[in-house]
Design a binder for this molecule. Sequence first.
Ligand code: ZN
Length: 494
Amino acid sequence: MSKATAYDSLVERQHDIALIGSTQAVLGWDQETQMPAGAIATRSAQLGQLTRIAHSMQTDPALGELIERAASDTTNPDHSCNITYWQRDWERATRLPEDLAVALTEASSVAMAAWQQARESDSFEDFAPHLETLVTLKRREAEAMGWPADGEAWDGLSDAFDPGMTAASVSAVFAPLRSALVELRAAVADQPPVDTTCLNELPDARQNRAVQALMSRMGFDFDSGVMATSTHPFCTNLGHGDVRMTMRKDEESLLTALGSSMHECGHALYEQGLPADFAGQPRGAYNGLSVHESQSRLWENHVGRSQAFWQWYTDEISCEFGLSGLDAESLYRAVNRTEAGLIRVEADQATYDLHIMVRFELERALLNGDLAPQDLPDAWNAQYRDYLGITPDSNATGCLQDIHWSMGAMGYFPTYTLGNLYAAQFFDAAKRALPSLDADIGSGNFTPLLDWLRREIHSHGRLYDPGALCERVTGAPLSAEPMLAHLRRLHDVT
Ligand code: ZN
C-alpha cells in the first residue's frame, strides 16, 4: 500500500476544518430563518464553541508543516490552488488570537439579533452598544492581520473577502465612478412613475410559487437547494448539495420580490455550478465576494431588467396571477426607473453604487476611530444628503437597514460595486460569445447563458484570481466602462 502523501494528509485535515465551517453555516441559516428569539444565548455559545474547535485545528503547527511539505512537492495546478489558499488561511488564523476569534463570533451572533429588534423598533440606541463592541473587536482583528505601511485598518479586514482589495484600490475605482454616476443620475432624474399597483399585495403564497417557477427556469436545482423567507434576503452554501436561499418576507410588490429573488438565485446558481470534485476546497469554492456578486447582478440586472426578459415574462405573470392589461414596455420601464431612494437593496442601477460609497466611507471612519459609533446616524444622514440628495426619515430606513455590520462584516461593502462592474463586463462577453442570447432570454430559455457561465466562470472555482479570471473571460482588465455604457444605453444618455 502506498504511503499517503503530505498533500493527501492535508486534504483530510482541511476536510475536517471545512465540516466545522459548514456546521456553523447550518446554525447561521437556522438563526436567520427559524430560530426563536429566546435561543440567542445558546446559539451564540454553540457558534463560539465551534469557532474554538476550528481555531485550534486551523492553528495546529502540524498543519503549517503539512502545508509547507505539500507546497514543495506539487506541480498539479489544482493542488497548487488549494495550497495557496490554505496557506493564506493558516497565516490569517495563526495571527488571530483564539479569545478574539471566539469573542467576534459570539458578539456578532448577539449583535445580529439585537440589530433585528432595533431595526423593527427603529431604535438605534439599542444597537449602539453592540456596534461599539464590534468596532472595537474588528479593529483588534485588523491590527492582528496587519495592513500595508501606506494603508489603513480597513485593509486588515477587506482582504478576507477579496484577496488584495485595499481602501486605496477601491478608492481608485470609486472616485471616477462616483462623478460619472452623479452626472448620469442628473441626466435621468425626471422619469415619470409607472403605475404597477396591480402587482402590489398579491398573496404571498402565490408570489412564492411564481418566484420558485422562475428559479427553476433559471436552472436552480431544488434537489440540492432550498428557498425560504427571511428579514434580509441571502444565499448560503451549507456544504456540497445544499445551497439555501431566501426571499424577503412581506414584499410590497411582486417586482421587488422578483428582483431580489433573481439576485439570490444568481448567487445560488454560482454555488451549484462550482466543481463538485473539489467541494469544500478552495479549488471548488467561489472566487471572492466581488465575483460572487457579479453572478447575482448579472441575473438581476442584465437578464431580469432587460427588454427581452419582459417580452417573455409579462405573459407568464399575467397568466399566473390572472392579471390583464400588463404590457411588457411598461414593466420594463418600471423595473428600470431611477429615483434616489433610501434603501440600498431597492436601489436602481444608476444609484445603487452611491449607497455603497456611503457605507465604504463610514466604515473606514469607524475603524480609523474618526467616527464614534454613537454618531453613526448623523454621519449616515449627512452622507445621504451629500451623495444622493435625500435624508432618511428614520434610522430603520437609514443606518439600521443593513445586516452586515451586525454580523461583523466590515470591509465587505465595496465588493457589491466591484460585482456590478464585473457583471456588466462578463455579460458583454456572454453577448459576444452567444449571438442568440437576446432571443433566448426573450423566449425564457436561460440554458445557453447558464452553460456559458458554468464553463467560463463557475467551473474554475478559485483557480485564477479575480483579475486574471476577468482578463481570461473578457479579454480585458476590470473596468467601469462596460457598466457605465450599459447604464447610458439603458437611459438613452450619450
Ligand atoms: Zn448579493
